[in-house]
Write a protein that binds this ligand. Structure first.
Ligand SMILES: Nc1ncnc2c1ncn2[C@@H]1O[C@H](COP(=O)(O)OP(=O)(O)OP(=O)(O)O)[C@@H](O)[C@H]1O
Ligand SMILES: O=C(O)C1=C[C@@H](O)[C@@H](O)[C@H](O)C1
Ligand SMILES: [Mg+2]
Length: 188
């Protein structure tokens, strides 16, 4: 039987999930800086390792290939690293193996943004750079947004970011994580 080492809370990776454009990359970077930890953006790490952009990978290798690469990288990071801040891609958490690894080994924060805020404020910023949005009507994107919520609902902690600037959201995450550390692992 596989022996599972329990990682102390303070050493667990902090993992940001949520819909594309919610701010995982932006806020993850800030959280890492505030906690003096290394930051890994899974999308950027895939691009670095494969020497191509994510839109190029979708176009040349297909989405199924991207999802496999994404899943293997996240499961590896969750199993073999500690003390990192990980920002996932927006669709990664839809994969069950990814959810299982993140929830078992890390502390998962859901960046929760309403459809109305997303549509008005984020869509214009990311519309051209996310292949999943390509050739979709607004109604189809809305459907995808709500379809994905049941996966994102499986988290350890949630930050409602509708009215928050990235800096404020990062401060809330840091405050929440320090509170958790102090309550569950005092005197460390
Ligand atoms: N709290 C915020 N307020 C306003 N704009 C924000 C906020 N957080 C991020 N942004 C902006 O929204 C855009 C998308 O942010 P970001 O790339 O961090 O999202 P993401 O969740 O990592 O997306 P993806 O899932 O596609 O990787 C960027 O232009 C960023 O500057
Ligand atoms: O929401 C998604 O499915 C995606 C979001 C991005 O972060 C990238 O991982 C990619 O463009 C797919
Ligand atoms: Mg990102």
């Amino acid at each position: 039987m596989e022996r599972q080492t329990v990682i102390p809370l303070r050493e667990r990776n902090i993992i940001l999930i949520g819909f594309m454009g919610a701010g995982k990359t932006t806020i993850g970077q800030l959280v890492a800086k505030k906690l003096y930890r290394d930051f890994i953006d899974v999308d950027a790490e895939i691009e670095r390792r494969h020497g191509m952009s994510i839109p190029e990978m979708f176009a040349q290798k297909g989405e199924a290939y991207f999802r496999q690469v994404e899943r293997e990288l996240i499961v590896d990071l969750c199993t073999n690293t500690r003390l990192k801040i990980l920002s996932l891609g927006g669709g990664a958490y839809l994969q069950e193996d990814v959810r299982r690894a993140c929830l078992a080994h890390g502390i998962v924060f859901f960046l929760d943004l309403s459809w109305e805020h997303w549509k008005e404020e984020r869509l214009p910023l990311i519309a051209d750079s996310r292949p999943v949005l390509k050739n979709k009507t607004l109604e189809e994107v809305e459907q995808l947004f709500f379809q994905r919520q049941s996966a994102y609902a499986l988290h350890h902690s949630r930050v409602i970011i509708n009215e928050l600037e990235a800096e404020q959201a990062a401060d809330q995450i840091v405050q929440s994580i320090k509170w958790t550390w102090d309550v569950y692992e005092p005197n460390r």
